[in-house]
Design a protein around this ligand. Sequence first.
Ligand SMILES: Cc1cc2nc3c(=O)[nH]c(=O)nc-3n(C[C@H](O)[C@H](O)[C@H](O)COP(=O)(O)O)c2cc1C
Length: 168
Amino acid sequence: MRTFIQIIYISRVNFEVKGGLNREVMRILTQARINNPPQNISGVLYFADGCFFQCLEGEQHIVEKLFQNIMQDSRHKKVKVLLRNKISKRMFESWPMKYVPVQDRVEKLLAANGFSTFNPYKFNQKMIDEMLEILSEAKDPTNNDTVKTPNIITRIIRHWSYRKRIIG
Ligand SMILES: Cc1cc2nc3c(=O)[nH]c(=O)nc-3n(C[C@H](O)[C@H](O)[C@H](O)COP(=O)(O)O)c2cc1C
């Protein structure tokens, strides 16, 4: 029987960040949105104050394999797993990789817990749960037709990256 899991991890960037929607973060997001659908991986990515907070969901061995790659990615460091759960239902099922920008509800969560910056290394379980709830309810401003109904070029890239994975 297939086992689905959810991995939630945090990390710190290894590249220069100059506010706004960072180009490198957008590159990561694009990569995720091309690679994840053929592998039936879904999730969400949040980025603030130099820290990533990502949730990956899908079949156990596929998610674990992707996570091994992600851990070795030189664009970030200090990767720390916050949760690794078997799940029966995904939180981000329709999202190849949702992107949630810095926003009020997270700022309020931080302020309510005495944080002045986004430092998920100090989150307790309740904060992690609240963070996930916020991310599941938030809007993704980067979501457009390319994500949900890929155009022909995106489809071709997906096809070949999938073949590369399967055939080598
Ligand atoms: C914070 C972060 C999140 C990432 N998330 C994903 C992801 O969801 N899917 C993915 O394929 N690659 C993701 N990557 C990129 C992977 O580490 C790796 O570069 C990529 O899977 C290699 O894909 P390629 O074989 O198409 O070059 C992420 C990287 C970082 C730093």
